[in-house]
Design a protein around this ligand. Structure first.
Ligand code: ADP
Length: 623
């Protein structure tokens, strides 16, 4: 039966688990579908937003009023004409793709000074010649002369004079020295002088100013010139230059447009990953030139992050698969809009943020919770059914044992009775002495049978509880004395003694005389039965306030701790008593407990195997 129950329980648990798993799987599939739909929609929206932004950029190009102010931050307008490149806003790029057509230097003008400086090795003469030229009206001549004058002073180690010359040079805005802007030559020259003379604070200040000017595109330089001076400035500052990566990328993109201007189609719409970062170029190209908006990484990244909601991730990649903005998400849960389909210059990837994707939906949580509750209820049900079943099984086993024990209890006196009766009937007992002894046996066995039957009847009677009691005011001392005296008579022949104490004073209680006497008798009977060695049993009457306790103590086998609770249950016999084949049916203590509880009292045991047991029967004194 247990096996069948376990089988059913396992099958139903398996079915429930399987059903739950199926439901969860279905739910997960639905959830994933929902997420995909949401991503697809988000990708469509993002794509539309980006297209709008690109179109706006293009529109700004065509609007006649697209002056410096109208351009979005991080965007430069590049116009490549037949002769020159124009950039708006001015100075928005650190360098230009083309040289700016520097004016050739009037070399012969400096011939006299250079003769003195190099051929004659006469710095004073050279300085004089250059100083004279430094006052002419032509700014280019003036600038060339001042740069040379400063050079001569540096050779002469006249630091102050060199710095003065550079200062004058820096003031000539529109002049060139050797094809380089005069102000740039002056800044670099001053910095070199500070470096040579070990004036560190001045050097740092000058280098920082140079770096700032370079970044702000103060001069129209080509890439190599920019890189040379930017490298110088960061070397003087002793730290890698804090470059404006966005402007650098735009400059790189402008260079790219310049180099590829011949091969571009009429409508330019490109996004490329350049060494400094991603750039977006939108414009028109024709045989006469090119007009385009160039945006750097800041613009591209902002476009990407603004096009999707905060809980989503946006990634852009160029046709070669290189990342332009965001990171290119992996996995199935990504909506992709290819460049060819969307008309955008990049491929767009939209995916859920990892942490958002990991959070289970409320529906799913509810489902898991519901299954957990059902599983819990089922488990609890199984537990209680199993417990009830095992109890039933135990009771039926105990009952079977009880029937066997009772049959045995009856059989032995009955066998002896029928044997003696037969001997007497057939007159086979020779002497009077033998006959008398047979009568004694007959009396003892009849008495035993009678007690057995009475015991069983009483057990049935006291099962009814308090209703079966015939209560009256009884002196417990007298009752105990009488019962002990009766018991003594019965066990004296077997050599047992019962010592009684405390039963002198009168203790009145409202009890069923017969029932309490039966309970005490059962305790005494057990004490003797389970004391094969020590043949004394102690009984004491103890009085505490409202209660009186009848204590029965023996020094017999004792009871293991794990049996001490169970022995008060009906039909339960100790392992030791069955092993030693001590007579008994397992209802004695159950009856004691029934009787005492019906009186509103209690019975308890204290025992140690091998040392003996003490049973205490506590009753209320007055009622
Ligand atoms: P029975 O004595 O007929 O077996 P009881 O209900 O009287 O049934 O006792 C239940 C069990 O309690 C006994 O089988 C025995 O193992 C244990 N027991 C009872 N009284 C004592 C005692 N005085 N000493 C040791 N064991 C005892």
């Amino acid at each position: 039966m247990l096996a069948v129950f376990l089988g059913v329980a396992l099958v139903s648990a398996g079915a429930l688990g399987w059903l739950g798993w199926l439901l969860l799987k279905q739910d997960a599939a639905l959830e994933s579908q929902r997420r995909r739909d949401m991503l697809e929609q988000a990708a469509d929206r993002a794509s539309a937003t980006m297209q709008l932004a690109v179109v706006e950029l293009q529109a700004a190009l065509n609007s006649p009023a697209s002056g410096n102010k109208k351009l979005a931050p991080g965007v430069s307008r590049v116009s490549i004409g037949p002769d020159a490149v124009t950039i708006r806003p001015d100075g928005s790029l650190p360098y230009y793709p083309d040289a700016r057509g520097a004016r050739p230097e009037p070399l012969q003008t400096f011939a006299e000074g250079e003769q003195a400086e190099f051929a004659r090795n006469d710095p004073t003469g050279a300085a004089r010649a250059y100083a004279r030229l430094a006052t002419t009206a032509n700014p280019d001549v003036r600038a060339g002369a001042l740069a040379r004058l400063a050079r001569v002073h540096r050779k002469q180690r006249d630091i102050d004079a060199a710095l003065r010359a550079y200062e004058q040079l820096a003031a000539i805005e529109q002049a060139d020295v050797d094809g380089m802007p005069a102000a740039l030559v002056a800044r670099a020259g001053r910095a070199s002088v500070f470096e040579e003379s070990g004036r560190q604070p001045d050097l740092r200040q000058e280098a920082a100013a140079l770096q700032r000017d370079l970044q702000q595109g103060r001069w129209r330089l080509v890439k190599s010139q920019y890189e040379f001076y930017a490298g110088q400035a960061s070397a003087w500052l002793g730290a890698p230059s804090a470059e404006d990566r966005d402007a650098l990328t735009r400059a790189e993109a402008t260079e790219w447009l310049w180099q590829n201007r011949a091969s571009l189609s009429a409508t330019v719409r490109r996004a490329i990953a350049l060494p400094s970062g991603p750039a977006l170029m939108v414009g028109q190209s024709s045989s006469t030139g090119l007009d385009a908006m160039v945006a750097g990484p800041t613009f591209v990244a902002a476009l990407c992050s603004q096009a999707v909601a905060a809980d989503l991730r946006c990634g852009l990649s160029d046709p070669e698969g290189r990342a332009l903005a965001g990171d290119r998400p992996q996995g199935r849960d990504t909506a992709v809009r290819a460049a060819s389909a969307s008309g955008l210059p990049w491929t767009l990837h939209v995916s859920a943020r990892a942490e958002a994707a990991a959070v289970p939906s409320p529906r799913r949580r509810l489902l898991v919770l519901a299954f957990a509750v059902v599983a819990l209820v089922l488990a609890a049900g199984w537990y209680f059914i199993l417990r009830a079943m095992s109890r039933e099984l135990r009771v039926s086993r105990l009952q079977a044992e009880f029937v066997a024990a009772v049959s045995h209890e009856f059989r032995s006196p009955l066998t002896s009775l029928s044997h003696i009766a037969e001997l007497l009937a057939t007159d086979r007992l020779a002497s009077d002495d033998l006959r008398r002894k047979s009568y004694d046996v007959l009396v003892r066995d009849t008495d035993r049978l009678q007690r057995l039957v009475e015991g069983l009847l009483d057990f049935g009677r006291f099962d009814a509880g308090a209703a079966a009691l015939r209560l009256e005011d009884v002196d417990v001392s007298t009752l105990v004395r009488t019962t002990v005296a009766d018991f003594r008579d019965r066990v004296a022949a077997d050599g047992y003694a019962v010592e009684l104490s405390g039963a002198d004073a009168q203790v009145l209680a409202r009890i069923d005389r017969e029932a309490i006497s039966r309970a005490l008798w059962n305790l005494l009977d057990n004490a003797v039965k389970y004391s094969p060695e020590c043949r004394t049993v102690w009984v004491a009457l103890e009085r505490q306030d409202e209660r009186v306790s009848i204590v029965v103590r023996d020094q017999g086998l004792g009871i293991p701790i794990n049996e001490q609770r169970e022995i008060f249950d009906r039909f339960v016999r100790g392992a030791e008593s069955t092993a030693r084949r001590i007579r008994g049916t397992g209802i004695g203590l159950a009856m004691v407990r029934q009787i005492v509880r019906a009186h509103g009292g209690d019975v308890s045991v204290a025992s140690e195997p091998g040392k003996g047991s003490t049973f205490t029967l506590a009753l209320r004194v007055h009622a």
